[in-house]
Design a protein around this ligand. Structure first.
Ligand code: GDP
Ligand code: MG
Length: 306
């Protein structure tokens, strides 16, 4: 068979420290917003798959929660999901916040832990130095040199997931290195994330963006019902679970103003994402120990006992 006839397909895991820009990169690679992005760390809770094509190759990108030293059960499950994502992948891309590293003058502990994990597993990876829009070129070269001394990186790409520079080159490189094989997903499918979960993530993102303090980590969002109408619109009902009564009051805001603003923003975003009118109804409920409830983990495909 001529080379041009060969199709390729495989999984590429995006791993990195919290806030390195993995979710932003996934969205840039796929060309659609699939994974939620916020300035807060540990926003991504589970593996999120995004499908991109590059010539005859179909690339299934796997966005993972950040890899860090976990303390609590939910954190342990998140980190376990990140490592599992890397282990299952054909290729691994380690995303590093070059701006943070430039400021610190050294790699962060989480990135070093990832490098160590790859070395132990005998795996090589592609290095993506991200946020180059904030770093001067000579500094960037020093960073690339420092990380390449670790001996686990086959190639280095300097990118800005935010403005897109370098992203196309990275994508081409990865596509050419995937195994030959038939495509796993239909050509027009961008993600295998169920729409219900995607819709809950959009609301969770708004809560992250609109609430301050540590509160966002204490809440979770679930889609309870999804009703389709003949005119193409849909009614989505979601519950925001918090751990305590006082958190419920904060999420609701004065006279329900906060939850109203969250709902309005999420509804707008969902309507744009799904290309149709969405009616969104949000309820806030207290569920004291949701972080210790196996069912909540199953919904995100996380391992409760990690
Ligand atoms: P993740 O935790 O690794 O998934 O990181 P996110 O994708 O959620 O991004 C964390 C923060 O970094 C967000 O505020 C992003 O807007 C920002 N960010 C991501 N990529 C870039 C980049 O290339 N340049 C700049 N300046 N900011 C970025
Ligand atoms: Mg993320």
């Amino acid at each position: 068979m001529a080379d041009a006839e060969v199709t390729r397909c495989g999984f590429v895991a995006l791993v990195g420290a919290p806030n390195a820009g993995k979710s932003t990169l996934l969205n840039a690679l796929v060309g659609a917003k699939l994974s939620i992005v916020t300035p807060k760390v540990q926003t991504t809770r589970t593996r999120i798959r995004g499908v991109a094509t590059e010539g005859k190759a179909q690339i299934v990108f796997v966005d993972t929660p950040g890899i860090f030293a976990p303390k609590r059960r939910l954190e342990r499950a998140m980190v376990a999901a990140a490592w599992a994502g890397a282990a299952d992948a054909d290729l691994v891309v380690v995303v590093v916040d070059a701006a943070a590293m430039a400021e610190a003058g050294a790699p962060d502990d989480d990135t070093l832990r990832i490098v160590e994990g790859l070395r132990t597993a005998g795996r090589k990876a592609v290095l993506a130095l991200n946020k180059i829009d904030k770093v001067k070129p000579p500094v960037l070269l020093g960073i690339a040199e420092r990380l390449n001394r670790e001996g686990v990186f086959t190639d280095t790409f300097m990118i800005s997931a935010l403005d897109g520079s370098g992203v196309a080159d990275l994508k081409k490189h990865l596509a050419a290195r995937l195994p030959e094989g038939i495509w796993l997903y239909p050509e027009d499918q961008l993600s295998d994330m169920p729409e219900r979960l995607l819709a809950a993530e959009v609301t969770r993102e708004q809560l992250f963006l609109q609430l301050h303090q540590e509160l966002p980590y204490a809440l979770t969002v679930e889609t309870e019902s999804w009703e389709e109408f003949g005119d193409g619109s849909a009614k989505i009902t979601q519950v925001v679970y918090v751990e305590r009564e006082n958190q419920k009051a904060i999420v609701l805001g004065k006279g329900g103003a906060r939850i109203k603003a969250v709902g309005a923003a999420a509804r707008k975003e969902l309507s744009a994402m799904l290309g149709r009118t969405i009616h969104l109804f949000l309820f806030v409920k207290v569920r004291e120990r949701w972080r210790e409830d196996p069912e909540r983990y199953r919904l995100w495909d996380l391992d409760f006992n990690a």
